[in-house]
Design a protein around this ligand. Structure first.
Ligand SMILES: C[S@@+](CC[C@H](N)C(=O)[O-])C[C@H]1O[C@@H](n2cnc3c(N)ncnc32)[C@H](O)[C@@H]1O
Length: 508
């Protein structure tokens, strides 16, 4: 009975995923030699879209795209419809539907099809029908996104799942089940001597489960169906359905920098057998989750990234040198603050200059060919040979910077985003809607996440709707929060508006 459906009973937490976006999929596809075509008018299908938040964020940022989402949970689909109505999104439609009843003839072709947190959690016949939808409904150069649990890393998670399911099998209440399962994992981890070889693995899984939302754990770890795949099994499954592996959706999964040089060399000898290379990487990383892009079997992607393809894309980066006053024009070494508190060094004058230009224009992405043009102009006095070689090296560096998450790529520029803080700051209607419904995170037009941990920030997001200037926002915030102390919110508002600007939350 529908009322007993697990996703109606326990609400799956709503997320927007910064890397699950057509503007990123299309960019990665182009780097691998596949051009989806006109991206601004693309059609997007999300299978198992839950409450639609992810698809709504895509539809909002791409006003000319046509987005369709469906889910078996009627309650989540009602929320999605209400949400789209409240934000004023007219280019996303949502349907309560079982995937097994999806009729390709009714919905037509899509440039992008997304199924996140789905493939591993549904029975084999649903997986097969899902792949048939990809095959039947993707346009000839269309891109599909499929995430799934992977072996061998998932072996450890399976241990945690089995232990939690065993301990909680007699408990009815979903969240009590999760609680009992976690306590049992803690008991196991705490019972092992510190030197026990398995202890760090069990500890790691326990901490990761403790940090997850309990409703996610209920569905992700305790559900009856949870099928992990070796990458090669996944590839065999999609090829049987007439599809081909294209690339991982998160470029950072190509980053080999943490492996010893000899391992990197061994992997780089495997370019002729790319699928084997990917499977090797999963063994080396003990990988437990993948989010893969797929295309039609008839497409022939080039697995090795072609740096020249960068010229058709947009790039954005906020990495900055740690010290002020670095010299851009020579090959002196500069240390940069990278993503996730990392640091890296660069000495190439063109690359240092390119990052400097991008940091200044951030959060607005910049066409890579325009960036190259600007470098040409700035280094015009170099001999032509040196110049051309420098630009080739710059492109190769950029592929590495993309793989290490220091540079983001897109194939679409949202027409709505404002990269400057204007007189009457206006936060995107989607982010204001997220804040208004109590979300702990709001997302910018390119997906960037900003945490909302206190009521002041939530109020501020609601007030920055383009009708007030900054002083008006400050006085309204003081009035709403019942604090009339002069200047109390001055710094708070100004620094947060700057954070919203740099996270791509402001619109024109
Ligand atoms: C783990 S949740 C993922 C939700 C969302 N994609 C996300 O990642 O946040 C899986 C979703 O798939 C939906 N679902 C499961 N089986 C389905 C089916 N046969 N047809 C349509 N939706 C289904 C569930 O209702 C649920 O919303």
């Amino acid at each position: 009975m529908v009322s007993e459906f697990a996703y109606d009973k326990v609400v799956y937490p709503s997320f927007v995923f910064p890397y699950i976006r057509p503007s990123k999929f299309g960019a990665i596809a182009r780097l691998h030699g596949i051009d989806v075509g006109a991206i601004d008018r693309c059609r997007v299908l999300e299978i198992g879209c839950g409450d639609g938040a992810n698809l709504m964020s895509i539809a909002y940022a791409m006003p000319d795209a046509d987005c369709v989402g469906f889910d078996l949970s009627g309650e989540r689909i009602e929320e999605a419809k209400d949400g789209a109505r409240e934000v004023g999104i007219s280019n996303a439609s949502f349907y309560e539907m079982d995937l097994m009843e999806f009729d390709p003839g009714t919905f037509g072709k899509f440039d992008f099809i997304i199924a996140h947190g789905f493939y591993s959690w549904v029975p084999g016949e649903v997986r097969e029908s899902m792949l048939a939808i990809y095959k039947n409904c993707l346009t000839p150069k269309g891109i599909g996104y499929i995430s799934y649990n992977t072996l061998p890393g998932w072996h450890f998670r399976r241990f945690a799942r089995d232990a939690m399911r065993f301990q909680s099998s007699l408990i009815e209440d979903p969240l009590e089940k999760v609680d009992a399962g976690i306590r049992f994992l803690r008991f196991i981890a705490g019972s092992l001597p510190p030197e026990a070889a398995l202890r760090p693995f069990i500890e790691e899984e326990t901490v990761s489960i403790e940090n997850a939302h309990p409703s996610s754990t209920y569905h992700d770890d305790l559900a009856d169906v949870n099928h992990p795949f070796y990458f090669e099994e996944f590839v065999a499954g999609i090829e049987k359905a007439g599809l081909r592996f294209l690339a991982e959706s998160e470029p950072v999964s190509n980053f080999l920098g943490r492996f010893p040089r000899t391992t990197q060399d061994a992997l780089n000898e495997l370019w002729h057998d790319y699928l084997r290379r990917e499977q090797y990487i999963d063994f080396l990383r003990m990988r437990k989750f993948r989010s893969s892009l797929v295309c039609h079997l008839e497409c022939e992607p080039s697995y090795r990234v072609e740096p020249a393809a960068l010229d058709t894309l947009y790039v954005a980066s906020k990495v900055r040198p740690i010290d002020d006053g670095i010299v851009l024009t020579d090959d002196s070494v500069a240390t940069y603050q990278g993503p996730f508190e990392s640091e890296f060094e660069l000495n190439h004058p063109l690359v240092k200059t390119a990052l400097n230009i991008l940091a200044r224009s951030h959060p607005a992405p910049m066409r890579f060919d325009k960036l190259i043009e600007e470098l040409r102009a700035r280094f015009a006095d170099q001999a032509p040979g040196v110049h051309a070689a420098g630009l080739t090296v710059t492109r190769a560096y950029f592929v590495e910077l993309i793989n290490s998450n220091a540079v983001e790529i897109f194939c679409f520029e949202s027409p709505l985003m404002s990269s400057v803080l204007n007189d009457h700051p206006k936060i995107s209607g989607f982010a204001r809607w997220q804040a208004g419904r109590g979300a702990g995170v709001v997302n910018g037009l390119y997906g960037a996440a900003v945490k909302v941990t206190d009521e002041e920030t939530r109020e501020l997001i609601g007030l920055a709707d383009g009708t007030r200037d900054t002083s008006g926002i400050i006085s309204e915030l003081s009035r709403t929060l019942g604090d009339h102390e002069e200047g109390r919110f001055e710094d708070f508002v100004r620094s947060n508006l700057e954070l919203f600007r740099s996270s791509g939350l402001l619109i024109k």
